[in-house]
Write a new protein. Sequence first.
Lengths: 364, 158
Amino acid sequence: MNLFLEISFASLATGLHNSLTASITSEMTVKVIEMAIAGLSLLLFLVPLCFFLGYMERKVAAFMQVRLGPNRVGPKGSMQIVADTVKLLFKEGLTPTASDRFLFNLAPIIVVVTSMLVMAPIAFARNFQIWDTSIGVLYVSSMSSIAVIGILMAGWSSYNKYSLLGAMRSGAQIVSYELSVGLSLISIVILTGSLRMSDIVMSQENGWWIFKGHIPILISFVIFIIASTAEINRAPFDLAEAEQELTAGFHTEYSGMKFAMFLLAEYINLFIVSAIAATLFLGGWMPFHIGHWQTFNHVMDFIPSSLWFLGKTFAIIFIIMQFRWTFPRLRVDQLLNLEWKYLLPISMVNVLLVTVMAIMGWHF
Amino acid sequence: MFLKEYFTTIYKSVRSLLKGMKLTGYYFTHPKEIQTEEYPDNRATLQMFDRFKGEVVMPHDEHNEHRCTGCQACEIACPNGTIKIITKQELQPDGKKKKAIDTFVYHLELCTMCNLCVIACPSDAIVMAQTFEHSVYDKKQLKKVLNNPGSKIMEGVE
């Protein structure tokens, strides 16, 4: 039991570092090798994650719609996504002749790369972060904004007026909802006093922020979830890319691997948004402690921190998926209406409330 | 006034959204409600619903009697000529000749299962069966004769 508990991601990382410094003298080489290993392990984590999320989406959708979902390919249909990916790989990656070739090929790359870059400051377990920077939250927020460029590029370079319209609508949507997301993030930063991810997680040692900062943080959390679903172009805010709308919007002209990259980026974004919500509002890898219940807290401590983090993230992913299969799609004017007339004013008033709460110390 | 309306809108919409989520949450947590028929794995126990329109059959009772009078209402009602009735003149016990059905030709390959023939029949002679596995390799097998050989009309019909 003791041996099992001692194997954690952090100890793996330190063990690897020690063995590398022991065998290789040049510090630069060690750094480069470590960076390569980190990048490679991130990629190896992300691709099976997307397979799993794709499978989860289809099964969750099916159960919510009183049907079964994929159940023929592989046990319980688990190989269905693999089959779909292989199909996409074999498809012809058609580039329209009149399109702007450079931008057309660059757009999916930008969208995928910016999504993957945001994975850097996320803390997956205790002492297990790729990059613990003092501007963690700011970095996350700004990287998600750069993805808009990729989408606009995709719409423009397709040489298709419907793609352009879809991209414009998507750009407007993402840019407006970023404000609400930013204000929700700021409300936590006010309470914590730091942008650093590890500080935010450590400040939740005595309780998750969603419990400590009661009503204003709850409002913040709800606004964050709603605005983030709009940020990642997911239903019910997927007017720009749904199959029935504008013939799939900005990624109409994409096929094969480039289309698979857009799908990959969408699922990675889903994971990131849930991970950020879990880190900021639900305590990241902090276990669930209740006040002074010593035995309960002790039992909770046995569950490894990575499991806590993944559990919380997948709970939020499930909620976002439930949104997709419960609510009808919003028209583009209803979408922008929601943001500018409801979410943004409420977020602003909420930030004010949180500031007052932080100054007066009216939180736990 | 505007503020009150603003907040009532928010309250009502959040309530309706949560009601929707409750329903999908219910469906997610109750897999017993799943309606999918896992065909062809469940062929042994599969039963279609009562009003299922499979193919047209003429039910015969234990004395090999049917209810078809040969009135050709179904042939007239059929929109694409799937039914062809061949009648004959039968000698009645009291000496009079009466029209009776000789062969009820039914082209399953043409039938659209629209149910109009069943509705048109005045003596409830034909019904829609619940079979749906009609695929065959030889098209001649799809031209069916619905009345059994040696059968005649039941007493009391018309």
